[in-house]
Design a protein around this ligand. Structure first.
Ligand code: FMN
Length: 332
């Protein structure tokens, strides 16, 4: 069984499922497994320490899969300048044909993408930014609802409203993101007008994700309330796993006189990466996770996850939705 959408056709991917860019998680190990499962994954450019290292990682991924995969370029404010143009060019020169942009408008990078024939999926969190991205000429938009791990923005619009509001406003394919972890989310997203789903947290709890086993087990143990929204005070809201560190950040943010400097060490990405993701010390740093933790109950391989999602989605449509339709007025 298969689900065919504008996304699968235009991006030449077997299933309408995407693994979005994930700092420290989106390496060749996971992304090749996603690609081999028939979904589309994104190597996360800035996980690599330099553009040269990104080229090596792209080649490593190619050694592990002959299926399509892309590169995520996340453009966020940072204290030290990041050579975004060089990461972009490294991806293009390595022959990458699909790029996921996020964080900022892809506008400055569009000429380079266009002249190299690269397809662009821009991930954003509001209808107005999705419309802007379509006007800039991107090929698809990934729209991240309030449930998502990472940066949901400041509007707090859940997927049930944000996804159909976006699909109604755009003509290009829309990828529903945030709060999706299984076949039910996939079918719902299609019903809301989306052409595919994007998942983050679900892919962290897979066999191939390059994170400590404790992280995967914690996602399974956690429920839908196990997140905190930190950095709201600084209008850079981030949804992360609830733990001692993110609780402490909230407590500091609550103090009227507190500034970003007071939380900088606690929210450090390096700390989350080394202490939590690598060493599995679950209360020693901040780490990203979404509300879908409440829907994740196992740690499958990517292949099993994707096969299960597609099979169950088809069954759900055939056994639950289609039989509910009556062509005449009778309800019996
Ligand atoms: C551990 C982790 C790291 C992430 N890092 C990034 C990132 O670097 N860039 C980005 O665009 N999105 C990042 N995200 C967001 C995901 O790509 C995706 O948009 C989000 O997880 C979707 O919500 P979900 O977790 O409910 O599936 C990250 C998510 C997780 C769980």
């Amino acid at each position: 069984m298969a689900l065919v959408t504008r996304f699968t056709e235009q991006f030449n991917v077997r299933h309408p499922i995407v693994c979005g860019g994930m700092t420290a998680v989106g390496t060749a190990d996971l992304i090749a497994a996603v690609a081999n499962s028939g979904a589309l994954g994104f190597l996360t450019a800035l996980t690599q320490p330099s553009p040269e290292a990104l080229v090596k990682e792209i080649n490593r991924c190619r050694d592990l899969t002959d299926q399509p995969f892309g590169v995520n370029l996340t453009i966020l404010p940072s204290i030290e300048p990041i050579p975004y143009d060089e990461y972009r060019d490294a991806a293009i020169e390595s022959g990458i044909k699909i790029i996921e942009t996020a964080g900022r408008s892809p506008e400055p990078h569009m000429p380079a993408f266009r002249s190299a024939g690269v397809k662009v999926i821009h991930k954003c969190v509001s209808v107005r930014h999705a419309i802007k991205a379509e006007q800039l000429g991107v090929d698809a938009v990934s729209i991240d609802g309030f449930e998502c791990a990472g940066h949901p923005g400041e509007d707090d619009i859940g997927g049930l409203v944000l996804i159909p509001a976006t699909t109604a406003a755009l003509t290009i394919p829309v990828i529903a993101s945030g709060g999706i972890a299984d076949a039910r989310g996939l079918v719902a997203a299609l019903a809301l007008g989306a052409d595919a789903v994007n998942m983050g947290t679900r892919f962290v709890a897979t066999k191939e994700a390059p994170v400590h086993e404790n992280v995967k087990r914690q996602i399974v143990a956690n429920d839908e309330r196990s997140t905190n929204l930190v950095l709201r005070k600084f209008r850079n809201t981030a949804r992360v796993a609830k733990n001692k560190v993110s609780d402490a950040v909230l407590e500091i943010e609550d103090r009227p006189e507190s500034t970003f400097d007071d939380v900088a060490d606690l929210v450090s990405g390096k700390r989350g990466r080394t202490q939590v993701l690598t060493k599995g010390l679950m209360d020693e740093g901040m780490w990203w996770a979404g509300q879908t933790q409440g829907l994740i109950n196992d740690i499958p391989s990517c292949q099993d996850l994707i096969d299960r999602m597609v099979t169950e989605a088809c069954e759900l449509i055939e056994t639950r939705l289609v039989p509910a339709v009556r062509t005449d007025a009778s309800t019996s």
